[in-house]
Design a binder for this molecule. Structure first.
Ligand SMILES: [Zn+2]
Ligand SMILES: [Zn+2]
Ligand SMILES: [Zn+2]
Length: 145
């Protein structure tokens, strides 16, 4: 339930620090445990529920050194690490549908909160601020050199 790594533009090394060991994607709404391992908020919640079902202690799925009760939002527990996370470069999840937006994860939620334009509608370049603008499914092709 994380962020599909296919959409990431940052190098593997940068993004790998924020991989969720449960879903193998980039953590979405990252939380961190006392051992500094990072997971999606959703994934760790499911994991804790599974452990409770089996009446097991919910220990870190990666190293088992800390209790998941220590889980805290990365943005609050480790603001510096969260800033690095927010700098991971990504494409819009709708890039296959023609959205040309790229930017960092920190600005993706703002971008995604705008509804995409109907596909196939060509918006003149002058109307698109590709880096900061709303999610428009335009048929513009981005060429990467
Ligand atoms: Zn996950
Ligand atoms: Zn751990
Ligand atoms: Zn978009």
């Amino acid at each position: 339930m994380g962020i599909n790594k296919e959409n990431l533009l940052s190098d593997e090394h940068h993004a790998s620090h924020f991989s969720c060991a449960i879903c193998q994607d980039l953590s979405e709404s990252p939380v961190t445990l006392a051992c500094s391992h990072v997971f999606c908020e959703f994934c760790i919640g499911e994991y804790v529920a599974r452990c409770l079902d089996r009446q097991q202690n919910a220990l870190c799925p990666t190293c088992r050194a800390s209790d998941c009760a220590s889980a805290a939002k990365l943005s609050e527990a480790n603001p510096l690490a969260f800033r690095c996370y927010a700098k991971v470069q990504t494409r819009c999840p709708l890039h296959k549908q023609g959205c040309a937006w790229t930017g960092d994860l920190g600005s993706l939620p703002v971008h995604k909160s705008w509804p995409p334009c109907p596909l196939g509608v060509v918006v003149p370049d002058s109307l698109i601020d590709v880096r900061a603008g709303p999610c428009r499914g335009t048929s513009r092709i981005v060429s990467r050199t």
